[in-house]
Ligand binder design. Structure first.
Ligand code: F3S
Length: 292
């Protein structure tokens, strides 16, 4: 029987910001004394239903409205951050607020506020509905969000323009959008400033995947179905080959996924180490079975 094997991407899984926010929640749960109120997360902490289920089992409550926060609660803000107005309301609610916003997202928020004050038109390359984009946009007036080269081409620069990016956006698309806006600003004679705020964690997972695709016959991408960076990994892998699947946990593995001589495995930035290990173990178990 052909010997099948697995290659795991050099870089995969939890990024530093997600790991930090999760640790903050776990620490808040550990230090909570009985009868002291609840530990809340403002919005789902990460895009991973397994982790969210485990947190719920530990008594962590996910809220999406400041009205649901009581003064004796501890609220952890997720790595994506929250709009400035929500942060102000949380601070005023009397609850203990732990800011889990990733330092890289905080940097984007500061850049938006600074350039907005200077009179710049701020443009963010990103997904309109992404929590981070909503949070970062809230730090300026009339912030424009563009998610494609077509949308970038329709921007009319009528004043100096600042471009930055959702941290989990495609670096390639950010550069394409940047070129279009730079040219438009040059045409109109207005200054153009850009900061590449695509997180290195996103880039390093993408680079590791590119290398992986050159070494394998099929790829399993592990991560939450609503995780933007996991979906991007899936899309990138599909540009290299047909046999690519996006799964959230080991129970979704099917025989057709493990029939290839070499199977590559990667995982999005919100996928815990434990789930990756379970998937690898299940793949190896199935690969060893006769007839699969
Ligand atoms: Fe932060 Fe980058 Fe993760 S911005 S939340 S470390 S993907």
């Amino acid at each position: 029987m052909m010997k099948r094997r697995v290659i795991i991407a050099d870089t995969l899984g939890f990024c530093f910001g997600v790991r930090r926010a999760l640790e903050q929640v776990e620490k808040a749960v550990e230090t909570l004394h009985p009868g002291e109120g609840r530990v809340l997360t403002y919005g789902p902490l990460i895009h991973n239903s397994t982790v969210l289920r485990e947190l719920a089992e530990e008594g962590v409550v996910c809220v999406d409205s400041v009205e649901d926060v009581r003064p004796d609660d501890t609220v952890v803000i997720r790595a994506h951050g929250v709009p400035g107005e929500v942060k102000r309301k949380l601070d005023a609610s009397g609850a203990a607020v732990i800011d889990g916003t990733c330092p890289r997202v905080l940097k984007s928020e500061r850049l938006v506020a600074e350039y907005d004050r200077k009179g710049y038109r701020v443009v963010i390359s990103g997904d309109f509905s992404h929590g981070e984009v909503t949070a970062v946009s809230s730090h300026g007036k009339d912030v424009l969000v563009v998610d494609s080269v077509e949308a970038a081409a329709s921007v009319q620069p009528d004043r100096p323009l600042l471009l930055l990016s959702q941290t989990t956006f495609s670096l390639k698309l950010f550069e394409e959008i940047s070129d279009i806006l730079k040219e438009a600003c040059a045409r109109e004679g207005v200054p153009f400033v850009r900061f590449n705020t695509v997180c290195p964690a996103t880039g390093s997972r993408q680079k590791a995947l590119e290398k992986l695709c050159g070494e394998v016959d099929a790829v399993l991408v592990i991560g939450g179905k609503s995780s933007a960076n996991t979906r991007r990994l899936y899309d990138s892998a599909r540009e290299c080959m047909e046999a690519v699947w996006h799964i959230e946990e080991a129970s979704e593995i099917r025989e057709e996924m493990v029939r290839f001589p070499v199977l590559g495995i990667t995982a999005g930035a919100s996928t815990p180490d434990g789930i990756i290990s379970e998937v690898v173990a299940e793949v190896e178990r199935l690969q060893a079975l006769e007839g699969v």
